[in-house]
Design a protein around this ligand. Structure first.
Ligand SMILES: CSCCC(=O)C(=O)COP(=O)(O)O
Ligand SMILES: [Mg+2]
Length: 261
């Protein structure tokens, strides 16, 4: 099995979730269908609650932003089954959420709302967060050598904590020193990685970032971060050029710490 070195200067590991710690199928076949199935009911039940009002406010601001940027947005059609203003407003939010999900948008508004919707699914035991088998032992080894471990995902910090807090391997939250989501910036934006380094309190060169998405890898690399691309079954295929350019692993167990006893 080929190993990839984690440079001796690395003091922090930064981990993506979907396609890296967790199968894409868990997100696409379990988490997202849960939202689609419960969306209308959830909004009707929680519509008057502050958290839901804030989520809807953020989603509406996102719609305005999308309109300004001339991004396609579904046109609200008159639906004969909808009567009250509340029903109409809920239907509008449902349509927008479904539209954003169909486009796999990573907007903070969508991700925050999804995180709130998943809370009941996790706490009731209906959903358990999946993690690849090599993830937990590797993180324990890194931590044993004094490395810090952080998560950076488009999923909201709350959604991240639910996934790892209610995982198939139990509560894993003690394994992480912190969590970042798109409120620090998009994962394809170099500035986000500079901000993360600043927030962690280290130089970008001291961070090793693991991700399955090469656009994220490129942005991190441009910030000076060391990058390893994770190749898991079901992840997006890499081009020959990408395969040649990046250090690749199919399992965290292939990562070897350099210069540590
Ligand atoms: C962590 S919650 C579910 C995952 C999700 O919604 C998502 O967009 C995953 O994005 P990632 O940045 O982890 O690839
Ligand atoms: Mg990913």
């Amino acid at each position: 099995m080929a190993t990839v070195s984690i440079p001796a200067c690395t003091t922090a590991l930064l981990l993506d979730i979907e396609g890296t710690t967790t199968p894409i199928t868990f997100v696409k076949d379990i988490l997202f269908p849960y939202i689609k199935e419960h969306l209308e009911d959830y909004l009707s039940t929680h519509w008057e609650e502050d958290e839901c009002k804030q989520d809807v406010h953020l989603l509406k601001k996102q719609i305005e932003e999308d309109m300004k940027q001339n991004r396609a947005c579904p046109v609200h059609t008159v639906d004969q089954t909808v009567h009250t203003d509340e029903e109409k407003a809920i239907r509008e939010v449902v349509e927008n959420v479904l539209w954003q999900m169909a486009a796999d948008r990573k907007s903070t508004a969508l991700k925050q709302f999804q995180g709130h919707m998943w809370r009941t699914a996790y706490t009731s035991g209906r959903i358990k967060g999946e993690v690849y088998q090599d993830v937990v032992p590797s993180i324990r080894t890194w931590r044993g050598h004094g490395l810090k471990v952080y998560i950076y995902s488009s999923g909201s910090v709350e959604a991240q904590k639910l996934l790892f807090g209610y995982s198939v391997e139990g509560d894993l939250l003690e394994l992480f020193d912190g969590h970042f989501d798109t409120s620090i910036g998009a994962k394809v934006d170099t500035k986000s990685y500079e901000r993360i380094a600043e927030r962690i309190g280290c130089q970008p060169e001291e961070i090793t970032f693991l991700t399955d998405v090469t656009r994220e890898a490129k942005a991190a690399e441009e910030a000076g971060i060391n990058v390893v691309v994770v190749v898991r079954s079901g992840n997006m295929e890499l081009t020959d050029e990408e395969r040649a350019h990046y250090n690749l692993v199919t399992s965290f167990s292939q990562l070897q710490l350099m210069g540590r006893a």
